[in-house]
Design a protein around this ligand. Structure first.
Ligand SMILES: NC(=O)C1=CN([C@@H]2O[C@H](COP(=O)(O)OP(=O)(O)OC[C@H]3O[C@@H](n4cnc5c(N)ncnc54)[C@H](OP(=O)(O)O)[C@@H]3O)[C@@H](O)[C@H]2O)C=CC1
Ligand SMILES: CC(=O)N[C@@H](CCC(=O)OP(=O)(O)O)C(=O)O
Length: 404
């Protein structure tokens, strides 16, 4: 049952409560005793199913569930899927906002024909083919463990990113609740692990900082062009990276007109970055990583300082990245001397990068820019599901950046 099939009428509170008990009405409070009600014109049988969490199949070929549809990454999945020819959203869940329509939670999505949001525990996954799991880390393992085994899952949280369970428990301070699923999870940095992603059932979608950092560093490490010590990463994120939940630290007054670093020496993305770089080098790589919060809603830039291997020049680094990414649609090495800007990738699935010779001989500066909500989260998640379902990797993702 799609929300587009619901009409709007006004009724008194008594009849409203009675009807709402059987799930026939979606209620939004206006003022005093007058309520605006969206009444179902479907049969009572269909209405009852809606109350239980059933939703009508989308007309598209792959039925998608979005868990955590009331959060920023969930909303971004929904926005991006509007233009996807194969993925249709038939199920959306939320926690505190369960029971609300998408239009009341995200007015910018009101024009899309979408089911209302329900609690995860009420969801019926029997007609769903794949889910995007956009829930906070720590809540995700148990929820994914309870999903039907045939479902394809792209998990945007950090819950399955670290292969080493002890490391997860140490950095996240939480017990791992699904170690058996951890063995199955494939880390979904698309350009690096495409072949494994195609055959995966459960993808651990990378964090936004790790995406912006690993994309330039992995090819340089694999080609032995940089030293594995003294890698220094100075990274900056827009505030949407912290999610939509209300937190004092993310109030306008706290983040506007200034920048600040956080998570010094202990940010939980350190082990994720080191895992990826160590895999590329077949030895333990450590990094210094300092993230910063910027007064912008979305966007991420990583500035990375590295020591080049003996005899290696900046031209070698440039040529290596050029060869690695020249056939890639979403990773772009800029022309020599051009500086990546977050505003040039905003709203798109692109990662822009470049390398620069430092004035200190032997050192290089690498800059990469992504939109944290797109290539850093929901865009890469769709890229991965496209591969898992056997579709073109770029399907539904050819959004040009928003500028200015
Ligand atoms: N924001 C970003 O740039 C990125 C985020 N990520 C990761 O993606 C995931 C989602 O992030 P984001 O969208 O920003 O987060 P938000 O805080 O914006 O949204 C979280 C969503 O999860 C729901 N939720 C919260 N607690 C529970 C629970 N106990 N059970 C079921 N649902 C719950 C919320 O529902 P309700 O609103 O109803 O409370 C909401 O829909 C996180 O793991 C995050 O770390 C990854 C890369 C980038
Ligand atoms: C600005 C901000 O707070 N950013 C988040 C990272 C968002 C992200 O990609 O992280 P996960 O998917 O690993 O949660 C942070 O620093 O924790």
């Amino acid at each position: 049952m799609s929300s587009a099939a619901l009409g709007a009428v006004s009724v008194d509170v008594g009849s409203l409560q009675k009807q709402n008990e059987v799930g026939r009405l979606k209620v939004r409070r206006r003022s005093g005793l007058v309520l605006r009600v969206r009444a179902s014109v479907a049969s009572s049988q269909q209405s009852l199913q809606l109350a239980k969490g059933k939703t009508q199949k989308s007309e598209k070929t792959v039925q998608i569930g979005v868990l955590g549809a009331s959060g920023y990454t969930g909303a971004e999945i929904i926005r991006l899927l509007a233009n996807h020819p194969q993925f249709g959203i038939m199920l959306m869940t939320a926690d505190r906002k369960a029971g609300q329509s998408i239009g009341s939670v995200f007015p910018h999505l009101i024009t899309q024909d979408l089911p209302d949001m329900i609690a995860v525990k009420d969801a019926d996954f029997s007609d769903v083919d794949a889910v995007f799991c956009c829930l906070p880390h720590g809540t995700t393992q148990e929820i994914i463990k309870g999903l039907p085994k045939g479902l394809k899952i792209v998990d945007l949280s950090a819950d399955f990113r670290l292969r080493d369970i002890d490391e997860y428990e140490e950095w996240y301070g939480l017990p791992h609740k699904a170690p058996e699923l951890q063995k199955e999870a494939i880390y979904g940095l698309t350009e690096v692990s495409r072949d494994e992603i195609r055959n995966a059932r459960l993808i651990a979608n990378p964090g936004c900082y790790p995406t912006s950092i690993q994309l330039p560093l992995i090819p340089l490490i694999k080609a032995h062009l940089i030293e594995l010590t003294n890698i220094i990463i100075d990274a900056k994120s827009g505030v949407s990276g912290a999610g939509r939940g209300a937190k004092e630290a993310n109030l306008y007054t706290e983040i506007s007109e200034g920048i600040h670093s956080y998570g010094l020496t202990k940010h939980r993305h350190v082990p994720e970055i080191e895992q990826g770089l160590s895999d590329a080098s077949h030895s333990k790589v450590t990094v210094s990583f300092t993230p910063h919060l910027m007064p912008m809603s979305r966007g991420m830039q990583s500035t990375i300082y590295v020591q080049m291997a003996p005899g290696v020049t900046i031209e070698d680094l440039y040529q290596q990245l050029k060869t690695t990414y020249e056939g890639e649609e979403f990773v772009k090495l800029l022309g020599k001397g051009s500086v990546p800007h977050t505003r040039h990738v905003r709203g798109s699935n692109y990662c822009f990068m470049n390398v620069f010779q430092d004035r200190i001989p032997g050192r290089a500066i690498i800059i990469s820019a992504i939109d944290n909500l797109v290539k850093g989260a929901s865009g890469q998640a769709i890229q991965n599901l496209n591969l898992m379902m056997g579709f073109a990797e770029n399907m539904g993702l050819q959004y040009q950046p928003l500028f200015p």
